[in-house]
Design a protein around this ligand. Structure first.
Ligand code: S3P
Length: 462
């Protein structure tokens, strides 16, 4: 599929689920691989990025069994009606189950070949923390997009910890080669808020002699902290600092049984679509609402969006809710900066679309990290939304958008970036005339079945 055309729709209605959380799926596979024994991962996201992680861990000698779509109805006895009904709806979005035979921290083997991480920044960065800790040689690379994403941010601190790493362009980009082992602890102040960098260093710290401290400028997503802590790692969190303590007599990590919630970042496209398309009302079930991920909800609240969180519960140590939302009668412009950016980092493209329909001029700043995602997302959104007649100005660190635009359907480019493709598709649903998305298949990176899900909600695709 090299192009796909959408047209304006009249309404969007129904209950739906979106795919499992990408960040938690990656972490489940990586952490289970270095745990001592067998872990179970339920609702694993079978999308291109997490599959890259699974292949990488297999290349390091980890046995991963895949059990497809098991519809289990166990543990329904003696539980209250309300729990029964919420469990029953959770059954509907059961995805794949993985059984991972963890090798322990020191049981991985040297890979026989170069490890290709595809399009996945999370795979290459988290994996590198583990490779740096292990006394063997490895080489990692990725697709053309990943080969242009900055790796100095992990290579520099990993070298300070004692790993030997050489990469392209003076240790800045993939491919890079790692000779790991013999790490020492460091006290590291991260120049950018990045969960990928933080998680990489936390993993390396598990192998280092001494206690490592990592400090972020702003809080990024904390799935790694939650999961490693629940596996028995000795972690202390104080404000923006995380201390990973090394215990030479007991350094093993416990295996786990985890159920991955649905991905808030995938839900965001349907939330936006429901807000923007008239006569819409949707309920998205079982979505992760970890506060380090839901900055978009606070922003939408300030914009006056009618959204409600229902049935808030805890699943495997993460807060989860059903998200109800309907068409917004009016949205107000917003002004946001770098403090909130890490908690909505992946929602920048869809927030641009939302801001184009708000009353007033919005500014979204402090977003320079968006320049080094799967594409330069600032430039991509500025270029493509202009084609749709949106008044949008580009800053080095963000955008200014004049709201209230009447969108014009046009031919727009996804740049092979899944979140750009989905954001422009949502714009296409409210544009006059046809919108053609070039290279739409990249949605499979995080949201296989995105277009089918739109169709199911009775959206007309041509
Ligand atoms: C991710 C962290 C974010 C995010 C990416 C997934 C993660 O990157 O953009 O999609 O799983 O840790 P940074 O935290 O490096 O900005």
């Amino acid at each position: 599929m090299d192009k796909l055309t959408l047209s304006k729709i009249k309404s969007l209605k129904g209950e739906l689920t979106v795919p499992s959380d990408k960040s938690i799926s990656h972490r489940s596979v990586i952490f289970a691989s270095i745990a001592q024994g067998k872990s179970v991962v339920r609702n694993f996201l079978r999308a291109e990025d997490p599959v890259s992680t699974m292949n990488a861990m297999r290349a390091l000698g980890v046995e991963i069994e895949e059990v497809k779509r098991v519809e289990s109805r166990e543990s329904k006895v003696n539980i209250s009606k309300s729990i029964i009904s919420s469990r029953a709806s959770e059954e509907k979005y059961k995805g794949d189950i993985l059984i991972i035979h963890g090798k322990g921290l020191h049981g991985l083997k040297e890979p026989f070949d170069i490890i290709n991480c595809g399009n996945s920044g999370t795979t290459i960065r988290l994996l590198s923390g583990i490779l740096a800790g292990n006394p063997f040689f490895s080489v990692v690379t990725g697709d053309d997009s990943l080969k242009q994403r900055p790796m100095g941010r992990i290579i520099k601190p990993l070298k300070e910890m004692g790993a030997q790493i050489s990469g392209r362009s003076n240790d800045s980009y993939p491919p890079f080669a790692v000779n790991g082992g013999g790490l020492r602890a460091i006290d590291y102040k991260m120049p950018v808020a990045s969960a990928q960098v933080k998680s990489c260093l936390m993993l390396a710290a598990l192998y280092a002699q001494g206690d490592t401290t990592i400090t972020e400028p702003f809080k990024s997503r904390d799935h790694t902290e939650r999961m490693l802590f629940s596996m028995g790692a000795d972690i202390e969190i104080e404000g923006l600092s995380i201390k990973i303590k090394h215990n030479p007599t007991n350094s093993h990590l416990n295996p786990f049984d985890i159920t991955v919630p649905s991905d808030f970042s995938s839900a965001a496209f349907f939330i936006a679509a429901a807000l923007l398309v008239p006569n819409s009302e949707i309920l998205i079930q079982g979505v992760g609402i970890n506060p380090t991920r839901t900055g978009l909800l606070s922003v939408l609240n300030n914009m006056g969006a009618p959204i409600k969180l229902e049935n808030i519960r805890d699943i495997s140590g993460e807060p989860v809710a059903d998200i109800y939302c309907r068409s917004a009668e009016k949205l107000y412009a917003i002004n946001i900066g770098k403090e909130i950016m890490p908690s909505l980092i992946d929602e920048f493209p869809i927030l641009c679309v939302l801001a184009s329909q708000a009353e007033g001029i919005s500014e979204i700043r402090g977003a320079e990290e968006l320049r080094v995602k799967e594409s330069d997302r600032i430039k991509a959104m500025v270029t493509e939304l202009r084609k749709m007649d949106i008044e949008i100005e580009e800053y080095p660190d963000g955008v200014q958008i004049r709201g209230g635009a009447e969108l014009k359907g046009s031919e727009v480019e996804s740049y092979g970036d899944h979140r750009i493709a989905m954001s422009l598709s949502v714009a296409g649903l409210i544009a006059e005339g046809a919108t053609t998305i070039l290279n739409p298949a990249c949605v499979d990176i995080s949201f296989p079945g995105f277009y089918e899900k739109l169709r199911l909600l009775e959206i007309k695709l041509r």
